[in-house]
Design a protein around this ligand. Structure first.
Ligand code: HEM
Length: 493
């Protein structure tokens, strides 16, 4: 009877099971993947401990294209160079968007460089690239600015007189100063409280954004009382950073009359916008896109590069012979009488191979930046719906045993040809590939070369003492970064 509690119990269990089944069933045609997606959280519970281990297992089980549910969102993971290339290069018209993700929408309104798509993204990217190229080439203004920044950085490292020190904040601040030079036309002193305040805030936000990423997949959690997942905090910090950027833009606007030529990114961008407006060309070079593009360059260009520098130091502590070899090469080519410059780069092939090995082994941006689709697509026999999030899993290429043989070993020699020159295999893709490939790759390579060549020339890096070194596994956040560690930077002369 209807009043019988057993009927209710059986009915309840059956309905719950039906709901469960409906929520976990993968519609046919989708790429295969782990079964049993839980209601609401999908497969998130399987990713909590080690994303890389889970992805590797699923690639073995399901092949180079697999899918999973993060919360309610379908995520398609692309593995191995052939698949990633087919999507991002051959089918670039379909695979070059960014997906709508809750936090990105909140912060960027999908404007600017990193989270925009379509015609808007094309114009912002083309503009930014042209400006950066203008600065990088010709008189090589960019290299000179970075060299000047490196001089300040080296002095600050020297101030520790070989005592154990964690160089993360100093490195982060120095690297962000390069972005300041490019964008604002000025660097800030390391003890400028306003600048340090903003850079610290940015750094803190990068850490917090890992914790709040879950909201992208389960936006409903935002409504929990308090700010458990730090979404409000992350968004409000981003807005404060926009205020700082807007203030710099309006200062630039005030003295436009003296700066019609391209003295920095803001002036170059404003000039371009004015020229387009004068010729009545409809364009997207407005204040909001400028503000977002600037913030994107800080976010994308600071933690990545400074993390790569920290990784190099940690690898040097684990592999002192590599450090010795880099130093020997610099001694032979440059000596100690002058600072390294970009002209030395072709002659420092072992250092070049070492930097490549750091970028390969450390795998700083393992899942690239999520991609989105222009429309539903058939890919390698599977259906991928338009609203899926596509992750080009760079780690599946950079650390694939099939490609490298011994991917876990830190061995710069793998990039050296028999003639002593660096060779660049097609699988070396730490900056991604295709139309969305890292926009700052040449800037990053220039920075890494100048910082590291100078650091190695001036200091010998040693472990702080007897305590064990942090592992080379790294911590997953916005980037994979080494756990905090100290080094002793012993002056070479
Ligand atoms: C995007 C890596 C430094 C600016 C990316 C992507 C990767 C990457 C993997 C995603 C590509 C994709 O979506 O498929 C790195 C690494 C760096 C580095 C490993 C340093 C070691 C920089 C620097 C800048 C920069 C110094 C700028 C000043 C950008 C921008 C994007 C991007 C703007 C988004 C491009 C777009 O959406 O069109 N980077 N990056 N990156 N990077 Fe970098």
């Amino acid at each position: 009877s209807l009043l019988d509690p057993t009927t209710w119990l059986v009915g309840g269990v059956l309905s719950l099971s039906a709901l469960w089944w409906l929520s976990t069933r993968r519609p046919s045609g989708l790429p295969p993947g782990p079964g049993l997606a839980l209601p609401v959280i999908g497969h998130l519970h399987l990713l909590s401990s080690d994303l890389r281990a889970a992805f590797r297992t699923w690639r073995r089980q399901y092949g180079d294209v697999f899918s999973l549910y993060m919360g309610g969102r379908l995520v398609v993971v692309l593995n191995g160079l052939p698949v990633i290339k087919e999507a991002l290069v051959k089918m670039a018209d379909v695979f070059s968007n960014r997906p709508h993700m809750f936090i990105m929408v909140r912060i960027t309104n999908l404007k600017g460089l990193v989270s925009s798509s379509g015609a808007l993204w094309k114009e912002q990217r083309k503009t930014a690239l042209e400006i950066l190229r203008d600065f990088g080439m010709g008189k090589n203004v960019l290299a000179e600015k970075i060299q000047e920044e490196v001089t300040h950085y080296i002095r600050a490292v020297e101030d520790h007189h070989g005592a154990p020190v964690d160089l993360s904040t100093l490195t982060q601040i120095s690297v962000s100063n390069n972005i300041c030079s490019i964008i604002f036309g000025k660097r800030f002193d390391y003890d400028d409280p306003t600048f340090i305040g903003y850079m610290r805030m940015l750094e803190e936000n990068m850490k917090a954004i890992g914790a709040s990423a879950i909201i992208n997949y389960m936006p409903i959690l935002e409504h929990l009382p308090g700010d458990l997942f730090k979404v409000k905090l992350v968004v409000s910090r981003a807005m404060k950073f926009y205020d700082f950027v807007r203030q710099q833009i309006s200062e630039h606007r005030k003295d436009r009359s003296q700066h019609t030529e391209k003295t920095d990114f803001i002036h170059a961008y404003l000039t371009q916008g004015e020229q387009l407006a004068q010729s009545n060309v409809e364009n997207t070079l407005d204040n909001e896109n400028l503000q977002n593009s600037i913030s994107d360059l800080f976010v994308a260009g600071t933690e990545t590069t400074s993390t790569a520098i920290r990784w190099t130091l940690l690898f040097f502590l684990h592999y002192p012979k590599v450090q010795d070899k880099c130093f020997q090469e610099i001694s032979d080519v440059i000596g100690s009488g002058r600072a390294p410059s970009m002209q030395d780069r072709p002659k420092l092939q072992y250092l070049e191979a070492t930097i490549m090995e750091v970028l390969r082994r450390a795998d700083i941006v393992p899942t690239a930046v999520p991609h989105g689709l222009a429309h539903d697509v058939m890919f390698r026999g599977y259906v991928i719906p338009k609203d899926a999030i596509v992750l080009p899993y760079l780690d599946s290429v950079l650390n694939d045993p099939e490609v490298w043989g011994d991917p876990d070993n830190f061995r710069p020699e793998r990039f050296m040809g028999p003639d002593g020159k660096v060779t660049k295999p097609e699988e070396f893709i730490p900056f991604g590939i295709g139309r969305r490939v890292c926009l700052g790759e040449s800037l990053a390579r220039m920075e890494l070369f100048l910082y590291l060549a100078t650091l190695i020339q001036r200091f010998r890096f040693l472990p702080p003492g007897q305590e064990p070194l942090p592992s080379l596994e790294g911590i997953m956040g916005f980037t994979i970064s080494p756990a905090p560690f100290k080094v002793r930077a012993i002056p070479r002369y």
